[in-house]
Design a protein around this ligand. Structure first.
Ligand code: 13P
Length: 262
């Protein structure tokens, strides 16, 4: 982390927790962070529940004046129309959703999302004033054949190419081999890929944009290993899967500054 970019701690719940379970988790998370005097201006904390929980979580955040921010896990590349099952960015924005994950490896894998579709979804996010959290990352096979930065760099360049309108965005480097496996990347690996991604952003857009863009690491992040990643000035936060479903663990991650001797 650097002091210029506010660290971003994001919990991607994936397909877990219904809207009632969501209330319990969000309340407990906000109270735990409140008890710990969490300073949200120093570390932003966001949750990414399933679509069916969004309205409930938004209402709760609003009513209780929680400082947590809200994200969705996907959106349609289209704005409206005959696209059964899809969810428009316009609808998300109406729910005060600020962030949207795009191109998660699970969607690339199980929904055959390719670079072209991901680019269109990023455009949709920009159109609707949402901040895309663009996920990139290599499989174990790609890591062995091409090294660790090649695929993430290719994917971010594709996602950011040819936009008529560019707003704020976040990049999450999530090596596929580290997701849900307990096989975590080293802080050095994460920092090295973050540098390569920042360079790619500077080339595709501008160095100024690259400088202010937050780049996260994701893949088997826990309270016990988070500080290692955030010690690097190149890594600006984490995208957390499994550990975001446990309040103690996730609030421990959000409070990573405690583990850093700054
Ligand atoms: P895990 O933290 O469960 O490895 O998942 C990472 C992830 O995919 C977050 O988007």
């Amino acid at each position: 982390m650097t002091t210029e970019r506010v660290p971003f701690i994001a919990g991607n719940w994936k397909m877990n927790l219904d809207h009632q379970q969501a209330i319990a988790l969000v309340q407990k998370l906000a109270w735990t962070l409140r008890d710990a005097n969490h300073d949200y201006s120093k570390t932003e904390v966001a949750v990414f529940p399933p679509f069916t929980d969004l309205r409930t979580v938004q209402t709760l955040i609003d009513a209780e004046k929680f400082e947590l921010t809200l994200g969705a896990q996907d959106l349609s590349q289209h704005d409206s129309g005959a696209y059964t099952g899809d969810v428009s960015g316009a609808f998300l924005r109406k729910l005060e959703v600020k962030y949207v994950i795009i191109g998660h490896s699970e969607r690339r894998m199980y929904h055959a999302e390719n670079d072209e579709l991901i680019q269109a979804k990023v455009a949709a996010a920009f159109r609707h004033d949402l901040v895309p959290v663009i996920c990139v990352g290599e499989t174990l096979e790609e890591l062995e054949e091409q090294g660790q930065s090649f695929i993430p760099v290719q994917q971010i360049k594709a996602a950011l190419a040819n936009h008529s309108q560019v707003g704020e965005f976040i990049v999450a480097y999530e090596p596929v081999w580290a997701i849900g496996t307990g096989q975590v990347a080293t802080p050095e690996q994460a920092a090295e890929v973050a540098v390569a991604i920042r360079t790619a952003i500077a080339q595709t857009l501008t160095p100024e944009i690259a400088e202010k863009t937050r780049i996260l690491y994701g893949g088997s992040v826990k309270a016990a290993n988070v500080a290692g990643f955030l010690k690097s000035p190149e890594v600006d936060g984490v995208l957390v899967g499994g550990a975001s479903l446990q309040v103690e663990e996730f609030s421990g991650i959000a409070r990573f500054l405690k583990h850093l001797a700054l």
